[in-house]
Design a protein around this ligand. Structure first.
Ligand SMILES: C[S@@+](CC[C@H](N)C(=O)[O-])C[C@H]1O[C@@H](n2cnc3c(N)ncnc32)[C@H](O)[C@@H]1O
Length: 259
């Protein structure tokens, strides 16, 4: 894989420059090892990483017209943030009697789960290994930090984002009370159950078999209290390891491994 853990399907993705002298755009393309194009060229790419007039990042699918931007201020997500104590994820991660625990989300992705955990009052360190996802998440966190809603600014102040592979990075970080894992995309095909932006994200990343190899073991060694793993409802437990307890979410399940 280029750039260590960079998992972009690079033949399909390019950075779309705003102008020929768009130096930040060219730098971004260089950082992500992607081609920099001045205009859409369907022979060279289908997906384009672009900056809007305010400098914010999004990915566009030139053929389907879909757009992916990580955005913590979407109304449906704000609704969840305001009722966060009801989230199965929060109930699975919570440690009784300790409201301010430190959680490491070792598979940050779009950052939604990490954001929910920070909204519940936990301190959250996120780790993401894909350079593309990392840069988009960083952009979304920056927007949240500057947002007019105090709730978003407050939540983001409890988060920290690291770039790297958790299998190697976790042992270098201070142990946390809880390590949270959501390593896999269960389905890669488009279906009603996979929301549009998730599908686009899935196309950007290789959902490789074995991508979670070693994660559970290293998470266990760095968690003081427990490891929580998000799984599709009917999937076997991660690495076949029987959890201590389970909590059913709306469309997923959370396996809790006490340590
Ligand atoms: C299903 S997504 C996580 C979604 C996330 N829970 C959310 O709420 O948005 C999985 C993410 O984990 C990342 N990932 C997988 N294995 C990893 C590892 N060993 N270290 C760091 N990130 C990893 C992938 O790049 C992907 O972005």
């Amino acid at each position: 894989m280029p750039n260590g853990a960079l998992m972009i399907e690079s033949s399909r993705l390019a950075v779309l420059l705003a102008r020929s002298d768009d130096l930040p755009g060219r730098q971004l393309a260089e950082d992500l090892s992607l081609p920099a194009l001045e205009q859409v060229d369907s022979e060279r790419a289908e997906l384009y990483l672009c900056r809007d007039a305010l400098g914010h990042l999004h990915v566009e699918d030139a053929i389907e017209g879909t757009r992916l931007q990580f955005d913590f201020s979407e109304p449906s997500f704000l609704y969840r943030l305001q009722r966060v104590q009801h989230e199965a994820l929060v109930r699975a991660v919570r440690v009784r009697g300790e409201p301010e625990i430190h959680v490491i989300d070792a598979t940050a992705g779009l950052g939604q789960d990490a954001f929910l955990l920070a909204a519940a009052g936990f301190r959250v360190t996120m780790i993401e290994r894909s350079a593309l996802v990392h840069v988009m998440l960083q952009d979304a966190l920056q927007r949240a930090a500057e947002h007019e809603l105090a709730l978003l600014r407050d939540v983001v102040s409890r988060t920290r984002l690291c770039r790297g592979d958790s299998v190697t990075l976790l042992p270098e970080l201070e142990p946390a009370d809880v390590v949270y894992l959501d390593p896999m995309f269960p389905e890669r095909r488009k279906s009603a159950r996979v929301r549009k932006h998730m599908y686009l994200l899935q196309r950007l990343l290789h959902a490789e078999a074995g991508e979670h190899e070693g994660l559970l073991a290293v998470a266990r060694s760095r968690a003081r209290r427990k490891v929580v793993v998000k799984r599709p409802r009917n999937a076997p437990p991660l690495d076949g390891e029987r959890p201590t307890s389970r909590l059913e979410g709306r469309s997923n399940r959370f396996d809790v491994h006490a340590v």
